[in-house]
Design a protein around this ligand. Structure first.
Ligand code: NAD
Ligand code: TYD
Length: 377
């Protein structure tokens, strides 16, 4: 094999898309999916590639330094793409310890293992430690708008592209970190450790900060899959606060393509923001979801608007996220391939067509998949 790469968190939402892309696109690479299979890890996400000869699954905790080191030595690993994390803000509010353990200590354990493996060799090309982070480390943006113009208004990115926005400022790579939730605080800390390993030990690292992803295989605790499933079953839709918060949405396969590009062509020690200039208020997305599900199920459009239920706001709820991804576009030529309307239609169809996947996840049966699959191997 030409290269041997560990992808951590490959059984999760984004990780499974990255694993699939790499396994299919690079048959000459060995792709090792290292995942602990927490509640968020689901090997059924990778059914279509699990028998490919260049794919290996290893059930392991990233905090297991000895285990990771042994695996790296055994497999002559020359690249790590690190996605494993606790990823849900609401859970981090209830249980911050687990977030510090996995996101901070787990990242540090991986960094130490990579250092132990690569430092004696002088970090030879093409060694890379690629850390996947979030835009949430930058904190929250204001909803300011030019005099007399109601948001969303059209504005122009530094790349020259026009897009709709709810405010005049954006997350750029040079912004200072101001995380608010235990989730984003833990991710911010892990980003700092990754950069420290470059600055202190010369490890070839790269960090990317991406906006909210959506698409197939997302765990139904996050807004989009949770609401699609609830609309289908006519269950209440718990909208936090007044539904006025703004998120910047990117189709997950576009994120996976960016990760592929940056892993191969990104500059060492650089940070790249990834996002699609696609800001939406939660309440507007929710209405699009209701209309789309209703239409695809043959219900009168909007029939389920009365499912909207305003509930107590999330503690410390960040008002607005908006990524400026001009650097990535200018330096590496990346652009999202899908318009939001197209991406949402595709996503809703996928969840409606894959009710078995959803039922497996919501019933908890998916956690037996690993045991059944690996029994006797
Ligand atoms: P996810 O919660 O769907 O999946 C996380 C995966 O990590 C699961 O397979 C889980 O089993 C695994 N994992 C958790 N703890 C582990 C441990 N200790 N050892 C090994 N594996 C472990 O997450 P996601 O939404 O796919 O996010 C992946 C990464 O991308 C995260 O680092 C997240 O911070 C980042 N990110 C996510 C988004 C988003 O919108 N989902 C946006 C930007 C960045
Ligand atoms: P989420 O998918 O949890 O992503 P994040 O918190 O990382 O942005 O939430 C997206 C937005 O939707 C966020 O503003 C919180 C809101 N939200 C609700 O209003 N109700 C819900 O049940 C959930 C899960 C989220």
């Amino acid at each position: 094999m030409k290269r041997s790469i560990i992808i951590t968190g490959g059984a999760g939402f984004i990780g499974s898309h990255v694993v699939r892309l790499f396994v299919n696109k690079y048959p000459e690479y060995k792709i090792i999916n290292l995942d602990k299979l927490t509640y968020a890890g689901n090997l059924a996400n990778l059914k279509d590639i699990e028998d490919k000869p260049n794919y290996r699954f290893v059930k392991m905790d990233i905090c297991d330094f000895e285990g990771v080191l042994k695996l790296m030595q055994e497999e002559h690993v020359d690249g790590i793409i690190h996605l494993a994390a606790e990823s849900h803000v609401d859970r981090s509010i209830k249980d911050p310890f687990t977030f510090a353990q996995t996101n901070v200590m787990g990242t540090l354990s991986l960094l130490q293992a990579a250092k132990a493996c690569w430092e004696p060799l002088g970090y030879p090309e093409p060694c890379r430690f690629y850390h996947i982070s979030t835009d949430e480390v930058y904190g929250a943006l204001e909803m300011t708008h030019p005099e007399g113009i109601e948001p969303p208004f059209t504005t122009k990115a530094s790349s020259g592209k026009h897009h709709l926005a709810y405010g005049e400022s954006f997350f750029t790579e040079d912004l200072k970190y101001q995380p608010h939730s235990p989730y984003s605080a833990a991710k911010a800390s892990s980003d700092h450790f990754v950069r420290a390993f470059h600055d202190t030990f010369g490890m070839p690292t790269v960090v990317t900060n991406c906006s909210n992803n959506y698409g197939p295989y997302q765990f139904p605790e996050k807004l989009i899959p949770l609401f699609i499933n609830n609309i289908r079953h006519r269950k209440p839709l718990p909208v936090y606060g007044r539904g006025e918060n703004v998120r910047d949405w990117l189709y997950v396969e576009d994120h996976a393509r960016a990760i592929d590009l940056i892993f191969h062509e990104g500059k060492i020690a650089e940070t790249y923001n990834i996002g699609g200039f696609n800001e939406w208020k939660n309440i507007d997305i929710i209405k699009v979801l209701i209309n789309t599900v209703d239409r695809l199920l043959g219900r009168p459009e909007g029939a389920d608007l009365d499912l909207i239920t305003y509930v107590t706001d999330r503690a410390g709820h960040d008002l607005r996220y908006a990524i400026d991804s001009s650097k990535l576009q200018k330096e590496l030529g990346w652009e999202p391939s899908l318009q939001f309307e197209e991406g949402i239609e595709k996503t809703v169809r996928w969840y409606l067509d894959n009710q078995d996947w959803m039922d497996n996840v919501t019933s908890g049966d998916y956690q037996k998949y690993y045991e059944d699959m690996y029994r006797g191997r």
